[in-house]
Design a protein around this ligand. Sequence first.
Ligand SMILES: [Zn+2]
Length: 157
Amino acid sequence: MALNADVSFTWVGHGTWKVRSAKGKEILIDPWVMNNPAAPEMLKTVDKCDLMLITHGHFDHIHDALEIARKTKSTIVCNHEISVWLGSKGLDGEKIVGGNQGGTIEAEGIKVTLVHAEHSCGITEDGHLIYGGEDDRIQAWVHGVDVLQMRPDHLER
Ligand SMILES: [Zn+2]
């Protein structure tokens, strides 16, 4: 199998990655970008995002999701609880796909499977903790080629 030179993976910092698929889709995994102190300045601007994948609701994985989604109109794949929370923030519900562990979702031509991870998932908002469902490990197949297997960072475990 030949590698596609157009596929790229860029580590933004912490658990955040930018991925470009073989067909040019821009994917953002765990959107902590503009406010991520580990992100280099040159990567803190997101002008295009076709698909956002959110592994869990901790601030260091979801903090910039709303701003980026409003700007780019990206499709978002995450667990059900986070999808409900995102929908409550005025994002286009048609662009948010909530799943459950074991399920495979196809969005933007990319298959995403949510599998179990050992972690928590609460969303902190205005000093309160909101139930965010279970942490998910995400596998994505980009146009049939398994190029990605991500799990949340979890040095804090
Ligand atoms: Zn976490």
